[in-house]
Design a protein around this ligand. Structure first.
Ligand code: NAI
Ligand code: CS2
Length: 467
């Protein structure tokens, strides 16, 4: 079959010219989704293009994504990334993937054995916020999560990413092999710390000695990851076929901008991702907070209020001067005051850049996609800054508007009476509350009393907003 691996591609396609056979699966990545392909996959490829690197990636999908793994194998693990600016597009073929696995195709043991291979130095993850099985408000392991309960009962046949990592580390320890670094690349505040807390607690519940060994030997660097990568649509894939000259079912389109700030805390070695533009720093937390509150916070704000206003894509909201100004003011008035940044950081320039990025008309980023999983996203995108304003007695009207947008959205019916397809791990609970209260104002305290999402109590919000 004709594929990206065996066809002459169109002129102008940027291809991997380095010897791919010198790459080894030194990284096992959990979550071969849209984002990883356009971010860590591309950075690792660029390191191989620019230096003498042997860092390759074994891609694993634990939940869904089976067809993607099958397609990737059929094309020698090559795939393409289309970087779409407002007026031009660049297409790159990525060669950094060496292997792939899926528990449904290869079995659970094959994934654990791969993670336990001696050359594996990093297990990285883009498994979405809910993949950490942590309570969104506290960031601690949710021991009531049914998947966690099942994995604790059957640790040798795990389902969760935590279960796989702990089992693989157990096998490495038994075999006298050194541990690997666990690197989260998800939009989770202090993602390394959340991964560490969940993994340590899970391991301790199984075997306290194993927990102590992991604590003493494994590192969990925090990372700030940024690149807008909407889910691929049939239109995206058609455009990629035209650019390449052949179909690529694993192709993905994204914006030209990319940023990666990584805490330099790796237990074994790591690729020189800085060669490809990543920054290694001692403390990532301020950058994470800046990105989560300003970019993701205003993204969620625009997603809920934009969807309800009839806008299908983020770039559509940016054609409306009211939304454009509201997003900028939300960043500057609600989020900026809550941040403490290293000297010299220009947050106003950052906010302006974000508005430009959101405006990119070539990116069809659905408001519905960003609205998904709000229960996991709201706490880290708006919760920290809300807490800041409550403590300081300052104005939080933009955050209130964003959270009100989420509340109106999870009522699951738009202003025209059309059903909204609300996707959220807490959708059952949200539905129960909304069914009980309808659009009556009593829905507000009922939703605010969800402690997994809001640690700040409703009474306190009411009290401060009446000042
Ligand atoms: P996607 O839907 O394309 O991929 C999701 C991936 O997560 C899949 O590989 C799936 O197998 C895995 N997954 C889902 N639920 C899981 C679970 N419970 N346990 C383990 N794995 C699970 O989504 P996409 O766009 O790749 O985003 C993934 C994450 O990457 C986001 O949630 C976010 O944290 C982060 N991210 C995404 C950006 C974007 O613009 N798409 C940019 C920055 C970060
Ligand atoms: C978005 C993010 O889907 C969402 O919730 O806010 O995925 C956003 O596109 C990225 O974080 C940009 O780096």
């Amino acid at each position: 079959m004709k594929s990206i691996a065996n066809t002459k591609l169109n002129d102008g396609v940027n291809t991997p010219l380095y010897p791919r056979n010198q790459l080894k699966s030194r990284i096992v990545h959990l979550g071969f989704g849209a984002f990883h392909r356009a971010h860590q996959g591309l950075f690792t490829d660029e390191v191989a293009k620019k230096s003498d690197s042997d860092w390759g990636i074994c891609e694993v999908n634990l939940f869904g994504g089976e067809d993607l793994i099958k397609s990737l194998r059929e094309q020698d693990h090559l795939y393409s990334v289309a970087e779409k600016g407002a007026t031009s597009t660049e297409i790159k073929v990525i060669g950094a993937v060496t292997e792939s696995l899926h528990p449904n195709l290869d079995g659970i043991q094959a994934v654990i054995e791969k993670m336990a291979e001696p050359q594996v130095a990093i297990v990285s993850m883009t498994i979405t916020e809910k993949g950490y099985c942590a309570d969104p408000a506290t960031g601690l392991l949710d021991k009531h999560n049914p998947l966690v309960i099942a994995d604790l009962e059957n640790p040798t046949t795990p389902k969760t990413a935590l279960g796989y990592i702990v089992q693989a580390l157990k096998v490495r320890r038994e075999r006298g092999l050194p541990p690997f670094t666990v690197m989260s690349c998800d939009n989770v505040q202090e993602n390394g710390h959340v991964a560490k807390a969940a993994i340590l607690e899970f391991a301790r519940l199984l075997d306290s000695e194993l927990g102590s060994w992991i604590e003493a030997n494994v590192t969990f660097p925090c990372t700030m990851v940024d690149r807008i990568v909407p889910a691929a649509t049939p239109e995206t894939l058609t455009e990629i076929t035209e650019l390449l000259g052949v179909e690529d079912p694993c192709g993905i389109a994204c914006e030209p901008f990319r940023q990666w700030v990584i805490e330099d805390n790796f237990v074994a070695s790591r690729p020189n991702w800085d060669v490809a533009g990543a920054e290694f720093v001692a403390d990532v937390v301020p950058y994470e907070e800046m990105k989560l509150r300003m970019l993701n916070g205003s993204h969620s704000f625009l997603a809920y209020l934009g969807y309800l206003g009839g806008y299908a894509h983020i770039s559509d909201t940016m054609t409306d001067p009211g939304y454009r100004k509201a997003a900028f003011d939300m960043m500057m008035q609600a989020q900026v005051p809550s941040l403490t940044m290293p000297e010299g950081t220009n947050l106003e320039a950052y906010a302006k850049l974000l508005i430009d990025r959101f405006t990119n008309p070539s990116l069809k980023h659905k408001t519905w996609q960003i609205a998904m999983d709000g229960s996991q996203k709201i706490p880290q995108r708006m919760g920290g800054s809300l807490k800041y304003h409550l403590e300081n007695g300052s104005d939080f009207k933009w955050l209130a508007a964003g959270i009100a947008g989420w509340m109106r959205y999870v009522a699951a019916q738009d202003e025209q009476g059309n059903a909204i397809d609300v996707r959220d791990p807490m959708s059952e609970t949200l539905k129960q509350i909304c069914d009980q209260h309808g659009l009556n104002v009593s829905v507000v305290p009922a939703l605010l009393s969800l402690e997994a999402i809001f640690l700040v109590s409703w009474d306190r919000i009411l009290l401060l907003s009446m000042r």
